[in-house]
Design a protein around this ligand. Structure first.
Ligand code: UDP
Ligand code: MG
Length: 318
C-alpha cells in the first residue's frame, strides 16, 4: 500500500499534569507505528488544541511545537471539548484522522488496529469501551440511564463509543459539512454513513490530573445529544395534550349531564380538585421547559456564531 498521512487531534483543557507525560508517550508510540512496514504509515502530526486553559498547557504545547511533529492551536477561551475537537479537525488535512483525549484513558495501542482497519478500506473506525470497570458507580449508572433515554427517543448512537475514532479524509469532510452550533459529534457519526468498523478496548482510570468534564458540562452534552437528534420530547407533549383534552372533554360532559339532566350540583372533594390541579400544573411547566429547550437551540443555531475562535497557532499548521 502507498504510504498515507495521519493527523491525531487532541483537545486539552488545563492538562499541565497529564500532557508532559502523555504527549511524549503518544509521540514515541506513533514513531514506532511508522517504523512498522505493515502499517505503511507515512507523514504524521499531532494537533493539540488548547481549549482556553488557565494553566501551563499552552506553554507545554509550544515547547513541543518547535520539535516539528506537533501542531498547536490555542483557542481564545474555553469552548468545550466538542468544539475544541472540531477546531482541531478543521486543521486536519491528512488521509486519516484520529481523535482522542490527552489523558490516555483510551488505550493508545488501539491505534494500530485502527490503522489496519483504515488500510482495509474502512472510512470510520470507532473505539468502543468493552468495559467500564474504571468508571465510578455514578458515571456507570448515569451512562446506562442516558443510553436508555437515547434509545427511547430514537437517537441512533453507538453505545460506549465516545470520541476515540479514526476517520478517513472523506468521512471528515462529511462530518465538517454539518454546521450545527449545538455539537454532539458522536451523534453525527452514525448519520454520515460510510463503511464503519468497531474496535473494542478497555478504558483505564485517569492517572494524571483530574476529569475536566464537570457535572454541568456532562449534563449540557447529554441534553445536546437528545435535543439535536430527536423531536420525540416535543411529540410527547402533543400526545399528552391530546390525552388531557380527551379526559377533560369526558369530564366536562359528565358535569353538564349532572347539572342539567340530574339537576345536581357537583360538589367534589378537596383531593379530587387539588390532585389534577397540581399534576397538570407540574406537567404544563415541564412541557414549557422542554419547548424552551428546543427554542433555545433554534435561537443559538440561527445566530450562527463561530463554534470556536483560534487565538494563535504553533508548528506546521498546513
Ligand atoms: N477537554 C476540553 N475542554 C473542556 C473539557 C475537556 O478540551 O472543556 C478535554 C480534556 O483536556 C481531555 C478531553 O477533553 O483531553 C476529555 O476530558 P476528560 O478526560 O476530563 O473527560 P472524562 O474522560 O473524565 O470524561
Ligand atoms: Mg478522560
Amino acid at each position: 500500500m502507498t504510504p498515507y498521512g495521519l493527523d491525531v487531534v487532541i483537545p486539552c483543557y488545563n492538562e499541565e499534569d497529564a500532557l508532559p507525560v502523555t504527549l511524549p508517550r503518544i509521540l514515541s508510540y506513533l514513531e514506532t507505528l511508522q517504523s512498522d512496514p505493515r502499517l505503511a504509515l507515512g507523514h504524521w502530526r499531532v494537533i493539540l488544541v488548547d481549549d482556553g486553559s488557565r494553566d501551563r498547557t499552552w506553554r507545554i504545547i509550544e515547547d513541543h511545537g518547535r520539535a516539528g511533529r506537533v501542531v498547536g492551536l490555542k483557542l481564545s477561551r474555553n469552548f468545550g471539548h466538542q468544539n475544541a475537537m472540531l477546531a482541531g479537525l478543521t486543521y486536519a488535512s491528512a488521509d486519516a484522522i484520529i481523535t482522542m483525549d490527552c489523558d490516555l484513558q483510551d488505550d493508545i495501542n488501539t491505534i494500530e488496529a485502527m490503522l489496519l482497519s483504515y488500510q482495509d478500506g474502512f472510512d470510520l473506525v470507532l473505539g468502543v469501551r468493552s468495559s467500564r470497570a474504571s468508571d465510578t458507580f455514578f458515571k456507570k449508572g448515569t451512562a446506562r440511564l442516558y443510553y436508555s433515554l437515547l434509545t427511547l427517543f430514537g437517537v441512533n448512537i453507538i453505545e460506549d463509543h465516545a470520541d476515540y475514532r479514526l476517520m478517513s479524509q472523506r468521512a471528515l469532510r462529511a462530518l465538517l459539512a454539518h454546521h450545527e452550533v449545538n455539537l454532539f459529534l458522536r451523534g453525527i457519526i452514525p448519520a454520515i454513513g460510510f463503511k464503519t468498523s468497531i474496535i473494542p478496548y478497555v478504558r483505564q482510570a485517569r492517572e494524571l490530573g483530574c476529569s475536566k468534564y464537570t457535572l454541568g458540562k456532562m449534563l449540557a452534552l447529554a441534553i445536546d445529544g437528545i435535543t439535536s437528534f430527536s423531536v420525540l420530547p416535543l411529540r410527547m407533549i402533543a400526545l399528552f395534550g391530546i390525552a388531557v383534552f380527551l379526559v377533560s372533554s369526558v369530564t366536562g360532559l359528565w358535569v353538564l349531564v349532572e347539572r342539567f339532566v340530574h339537576s345536581a350540583t357537583v360538589v367534589s372533594g378537596w383531593a379530587s380538585t387539588m390532585l389534577p390541579l397540581l399534576a397538570l400544573g407540574g406537567l404544563q411547566i415541564l412541557s414549557i421547559g422542554i419547548l424552551g429547550e428546543y427554542i433555545g437551540k433554534i435561537y443559538l443555531e440561527t445566530k450562527r456564531r463561530p463554534r470556536f475562535i483560534v487565538e494563535t497557532t504553533t508548528g506546521q499548521t498546513c
